[in-house]
Ligand binder design. Structure first.
Ligand SMILES: [Zn+2]
Length: 263
């Protein structure tokens, strides 16, 4: 069964046989060149060294050479007893067009393009890959068969996730793809694989009601007193004041009359 990644162009080449088990690793390389066609020229001249996919994140252009269900060739496996090959250890290999020394400064958009065009479809086709696991990626200090980040055989076989050529066991010595920004790559993958849930409608703020039951009961008693006594008394007082004032004014007029008549 072959499959074509939707965003990639076909450049089918021979495969390297079946994987020994499920595909559980993504292995990143850098071509140490600047074009897809340059990489294809190297594959043409040197024979079976191609990966599954060669991808140029700057141009957002890539080609697919081998099905995800078969092994490819870009990991060195000489000196291993036939037919063992690191290439068949459930590894999907991507040659990123560019330089190992430059991956730390690749723009975020290039990482995002790699995720959208290659990694996201890959994780659908190879669901056993635990894409949230990343090896520790280093720069040029990673060169050599005995470099500190390079996996031993047991770690290599057990690891499930994203690795680089710099982690493939000896006799591999290359340090590509360099110190890729794992946090940027992981964030881009999460954005596509696990989008933020759509937030629910905003919850209205609670009514202002921070009284304790005891305070509420006390307020009820006060309101009852105002209703029954104070408020009632005030209405009564108003009525009486009006009446008293009317009587007082009448009395004043009478007094004025008497005073006037007395003068
Ligand atoms: Zn490589």
């Amino acid at each position: 069964m072959t499959e074509q990644f939707p965003a990639l162009h076909a450049d089918w080449r021979p495969d390297n046989g079946k994987h020994k088990g499920q595909v559980t690793k993504v292995l990143l390389h850098t071509t140490e060149g600047s074009t897809v066609s340059g990489a294809q020229g190297v594959y043409n001249s040197r024979g079976r060294i191609h990966p599954h996919v060669t991808y140029d994140p700057r141009q957002r252009y890539g080609v697919q050479h081998v099905s995800v269900h078969k092994a490819s060739f870009s990991i060195k496996s000489r000196r291993l007893p036939w037919p063992h090959s690191f290439n068949r250890d459930g590894v999907f290999q991507i040659e990123i067009v560019g330089y190992a020394s430059k991956t730390p400064v690749m723009p975020n958009e290039w990482y995002e393009a790699l995720v959208l065009d290659v990694l996201d479809p890959l994780f659908d086709l190879a669901p056993a890959i635990q894409w949230w696991h990343f090896a520790r990626f280093v720069g040029s200090s990673g060169y050599g068969t005995r470099a500190a980040q390079r996996f031993g055989m047991a770690t290599w076989l057990a690891f499930n996730g994203v690795v680089g050529h710099q982690h493939a066991p000896a006799p591999n010595s290359h340090w590509d793809p360099g110190a890729i920004r794992v946090s940027t790559l992981a964030a881009a993958i999460v954005d596509v694989r696990e989008p933020e849930p759509i937030p629910p409608d905003p919850i209205p703020p609670p009514e202002e009601d921070d009284m304790t039951p005891a305070q509420e009961a006390k307020l009820d008693r006060v309101l009852a007193i105002v209703d029954d006594d104070d408020y009632g008394n005030k209405a009564l007082l108003d009525t009486m004041t009006k009446k008293f004032r009317a009587v007082f004014e009448k009395l004043n007029r009478l007094l004025d009359h008497f005073n006037l008549s007395r003068n």
